[in-house]
Design a protein around this ligand. Structure first.
Ligand SMILES: Cc1cc2nc3c(=O)[nH]c(=O)nc-3n(C[C@H](O)[C@H](O)[C@H](O)COP(=O)(O)OP(=O)(O)OC[C@H]3O[C@@H](n4cnc5c(N)ncnc54)[C@H](O)[C@@H]3O)c2cc1C
Length: 265
């Protein structure tokens, strides 16, 4: 069920849309609503409030007025701040194009200059301290924004491996990383079918000695298996491991979040 945020979001306007690869869309927002946006929050998550099909900007805006309607009508989805450029007040958010069943992916696939949505956040970036002997980064498309932002924030001397699972060869693209980070691409064509590609690859890794920090996110079942492996088999301390389920096959986000809350309780 859609959940209605209580506060008024920033209502952001699309400046440009471009395809990063067949299944990844970069939407750049710009305008006065981004005044005061916090710097250095790449990799932090945010909540996007999606307009209803055909809803005008005036109606969307009026909904959040103090005397706006009470009922919850707009879908809210979690995304990642990929980049913010203070000069020009430009914000990039990268959306997976995963079909047409989700309101967020549908919105991104039809977005054009002038399109709008509501924005809450950002939260704090996921990794801000880098002290590992080596780094283990793993992501499917949904987590590439947090993975890429984290790789860009690492010290130049960082070493380790970054594993990206994408649906096609054409989704492989240039990634900026420190020189000592090896990149491995795994192809799994159908994101809606369970994948063991990342788990198999990580379990077969030649495990290096020393302190490891992780930035791992993606489909929930994959994450559950990896979390178990890293915490129970590899005994990595929780403080060194950012590992998070970003979506789950067959569940819309609200159901997935509910499942995560129930598991954490
Ligand atoms: C902290 C955090 C940060 C995130 N950052 C990003 C981000 O920057 N970019 C991004 O694209 N996603 C990101 N996600 C994932 C995103 O929130 C979910 O994919 C969300 O479900 C998308 O909403 P939707 O409206 O498109 O689909 P929903 O309405 O939630 O789901 C509709 C259907 O699509 C399926 N589905 C959802 N996501 C995917 C997917 N990635 N691949 C294949 N099928 C899917 C669902 O299982 C469901 O069957 C993030 C999630 C979290 C928790």
């Amino acid at each position: 069920m859609a959940s209605r945020p209580k506060r008024r979001p920033r209502i952001l306007t699309v400046q440009s849309v471009r395809s990063l690869s067949p299944h990844m869309i970069r939407v750049t927002f710009a305008g006065p609503e981004l005044e005061g946006f916090p710097l250095n929050h790449e990799g932090a998550n945010c909540k996007l409030v999606l307009p209803r099909d055909g809803e005008s900007r005036d109606d969307f805006d009026a909904y959040f007025a103090p005397d706006g309607p009470e009922e919850k009508v707009h879908p809210v989805r979690t995304y990642t701040v990929r980049a913010f450029r203070e000069e020009g007040r430009e914000l990039d958010i990268d959306f997976v194009a995963h079909g047409d069943e989700g309101p967020a992916t549908r919105w991104a696939q039809t977005a054009k200059p002038g399109s709008f949505l509501g924005f809450f956040g950002p939260s704090q970036p996921k990794m801000t301290e880098f002290y590992a002997d080596w780094y283990l980064v793993a992501a499917d498309l949904s987590a590439m924004p947090v993975a890429e932002a984290t790789l860009e924030a690492m010290p130049d001397s960082a070493k380790g491996i970054a594993i990206f699972e994408v649906p096609s060869e054409d989704d492989i693209r240039e990634i900026t990383t420190p020189e000592g980070i090896e990149i491995k691409w795994l192809i799994h064509p159908d994101a809606h079918a369970p994948s063991s590609a990342q788990v198999d690859f990580i379990k077969a890794l030649d495990w290096r000695p020393g302190v490891v920090q992780t930035c791992i996110a993606g489909e929930s079942s994959v994450i559950r298996t990896l979390r178990d492996y890293l915490h129970n088999d590899r005994k990595l301390p929780k403080k060194d491991t950012y590992i998070s389920g970003y979506w789950k096959i067959g569940l819309v986000e609200d159901e997935h979040q509910k499942m995560k809350r129930a598991e954490a309780a």
